[in-house]
Design a binder for this molecule. Structure first.
Ligand code: MN
Length: 260
C-alpha cells in the first residue's frame, strides 16, 4: 500500500482504520531480539502514539496523566489496573487477532474466521475505546466546549446541560457492560449520544465502513432462501470497487477524530 506521509498522519489517530484496511507496514513489524531493534521499536511506538506515523498495529499509549491524578473521582489502583492490565490486554489481543488473520490468509484457511473476526472486533474496539476514554478526562482543568463545537452542541442538544443530562442517562442505562459516547454522525452532520453495548457487536469504533453486505434474510431470501453462502458468493461479483475507492480516499483525508 502506497500511502503518502500526509495520508499516513491522518490514519494515525484511529489505528482501527489502518487495521481494518490491512495497512500493516513492514517497518513496524515484530521486532526481533537485539537491544538496537528494541530501541527502534520503542521509538516507533512513541512516534505512533504522538501521531507522527501511521500505526501499523495497536499500541498502548501511556496514561496522559499520573494514575492518581483522577482521585478522588477514580482511585489510582483502579486507574493503574484499568490501563496496565485491561487496556493492555485489548491491545495485545487485537494485534494477535491481526497476526492470526494474516496467517489464515497466507494458508488460505478460513475455518476460524468467525472467532478471529470476533476477537478482532472485541479487542480492537476495546483498544480504541479505552484510548479515547483516557483522553476524555482531564483531572486538572476540565474545559468547557468552545467555538464551533459549542455551537454544534447547542444546535443538536439545545444546551450543554441537556447534552450532559442525556449522556449521563444513557451511561447509567447501559445494560451490563458497555459505554456511553458522544459521537459525530457525518451522514446527518449531527452530534449524537449513543450507548455501546457489547462493543464487539459494533465492530471497530473509528473505522469507516467502505463496503457493506447485508446478510439479513430480507436481503436474499426470495432468491436464495436459506442459501446465504450462494448469495454472498454472487454478491462478491457486483461490488463497486471504484466507489469504495472514493470512500477510502475520503476517509483517509478525514480529520483525526480524537487526538486533540
Ligand atoms: Mn474498560
Amino acid at each position: 500500500m502506497d500511502l503518502s506521509r500526509r495520508e499516513a498522519l491522518k490514519l494515525a489517530a484511529w489505528g482501527a482504520a489502518g487495521a481494518v484496511l490491512g495497512l500493516r507496514s513492514a517497518v513496524f513489524g515484530q521486532a526481533a531480539g537485539t537491544a538496537g531493534e528494541k530501541t527502534e521499536k520503542m521509538e516507533s511506538n512513541e512516534a505512533k502514539i504522538k501521531g507522527e506515523v501511521a500505526m501499523s498495529e495497536y499500541v498502548l499509549p501511556p496514561l496522559p496523566y499520573s494514575a492518581d491524578a483522577l482521585e478522588p473521582v477514580i482511585d489510582a489502583q483502579t486507574v493503574g489496573l484499568h490501563h496496565d492490565k485491561h487496556h493492555a490486554a485489548y491491545v495485545k489481543n487485537a494485534n494477535a487477532a491481526l497476526d492470526q488473520l494474516a496467517a489464515a490468509r497466507k494458508a488460505g484457511d478460513f475455518k476460524a474466521v468467525k472467532a478471529l473476526s470476533l476477537a478482532l472486533a472485541f479487542n480492537a474496539s476495546g483498544a480504541v475505546l479505552h484510548d479515547l476514554y483516557w483522553q476524555s478526562m482531564d483531572p486538572k482543568s476540565p474545559r468547557e466546549p468552545k467555538g464551533k463545537f459549542a455551537k454544534q452542541i447547542d444546535a443538536d442538544f439545545g444546551s450543554l446541560e441537556a447534552l450532559k443530562a442525556q449522556f449521563a442517562a444513557a451511561a447509567k442505562d447501559v445494560e451490563g457492560s458497555g459505554w456511553a459516547t458522544l459521537a459525530w454522525e457525518p451522514s446527518i452532520e449531527k452530534l449524537v449520544v449513543l450507548q455501546i453495548e457489547k462493543h464487539q457487536n459494533l465492530t471497530v469504533w473509528g473505522a469507516t465502513p467502505l463496503v457493506v453486505c447485508d446478510v439479513w434474510e430480507h436481503a436474499y431470501y426470495l432468491n436464495y432462501q436459506n442459501r446465504r453462502p450462494d448469495y454472498v458468493d454472487a454478491w462478491m461479483g457486483i461490488i463497486d470497487w471504484a466507489s469504495a475507492g472514493h470512500r477510502f480516499e475520503h476517509a483517509v483525508e478525514a480529520p483525526a477524530a480524537h487526538r486533540h
